[in-house]
Design a protein around this ligand. Structure first.
Ligand SMILES: Nc1ncnc2c1ncn2[C@@H]1O[C@H](COP(=O)(O)OP(=O)(O)OP(=O)(O)O)[C@@H](O)[C@H]1O
Ligand SMILES: [Mg+2]
Length: 224
């Protein structure tokens, strides 16, 4: 009975650099609307894994299917379209455009949208939902770190992606920020229903997501 096609499915994925094997015959799959957290020490390959999941990087070997399409058969333009439509990214650094207002930053992935007015309305609605109604026109330099991160989350959601990927800011100093980010992602997941994969250093944060994996020796091991 359980023959649902996964949203993403990696099989036997390896990523090698000269002298190192970062991912080693890794398997991973996630269904539509599921959430997962990836933990593991610095340098174990979490960002590498997330970048491959987001089709920003390619495996050295193995297969990666997104919505049942073999990503290795897609052209760069097809991959860019898939990313724009189906995947939202929250990076370790925010990468907001400093010269643009918050609402304009949010609308960047929607620049090719068919319905710009609807995108603008959604941007304003989402910014309001994350408590930034009063900051629509502020530039990133006028926002706090946490506010900037919320703008980046909203930007990742503007096109209603099927998959949201978040690479948590590292370092214990950011523990509170990491918890706030997890709160926000889980709340938006409940409201919007997208699948979420978060990378985190903190087991306490990871446990709040549907499935928890530890990246170790280039593979993902389920925890708990
Ligand atoms: N372009 C590259 N060339 C060579 N080695 C690389 C390259 N990119 C990453 N690596 C190596 O791959 C390993 C995994 O890096 P990655 O950034 O995925 O780790 P991480 O788990 O995200 O670490 P952190 O928690 O510090 O962000 C590291 O040893 C890194 O040096
Ligand atoms: Mg990383």
């Amino acid at each position: 009975m359980n023959n649902v096609t996964p949203l993403v499915e990696m099989k036997d994925v390896s990523k090698e650099y000269p002298g190192t094997c970062v991912l080693n015959a890794l398997d991973f799959s996630l269904n539509t609307g599921e959430t997962a957290a990836i933990i593991g020490p610095s340098g174990c390959g979490k960002s590498t894994f997330l970048n491959i999941l987001g089709t920003l990087d390619t495996p050295t070997s193995g297969s990666y299917r997104f919505k049942d399409r073999d990503t290795s058969t897609l052209s760069p333009n097809e991959l860019a379209a898939l990313r724009n439509r189906d995947i939202g990214f929250v990076f370790q650094l925010h990468h907001l455009l400093p010269q643009c207002a918050a609402v304009e930053n949010v609308l960047v992935p929607a620049l090719v949208a068919e319905h710009p007015d609807a995108a603008r309305a959604r941007a304003e609605e989402l910014l309001g939902r994350v408590g930034l109604a009063h900051c629509m026109d502020a530039r990133p330099g006028q926002l706090s770190g946490g506010e900037r991160q919320r703008v980046a989350v909203v930007r990742a959601l503007i096109n209603r992606p099927a998959l949201l990927l978040a690479d948590e800011p590292t370092g214990s100093l950011n523990q509170e920020g990491a918890e706030l980010l997890a709160d926000l992602l889980l709340e938006l997941h409940r409201q919007e229903g997208m699948a979420v994969v978060i990378v985190t250093h903190a087991p306490a944060i990871a446990e709040r997501f549907g499935r928890v994996f530890e990246l170790r020796d280039g593979r993902l091991a389920a925890r708990g």
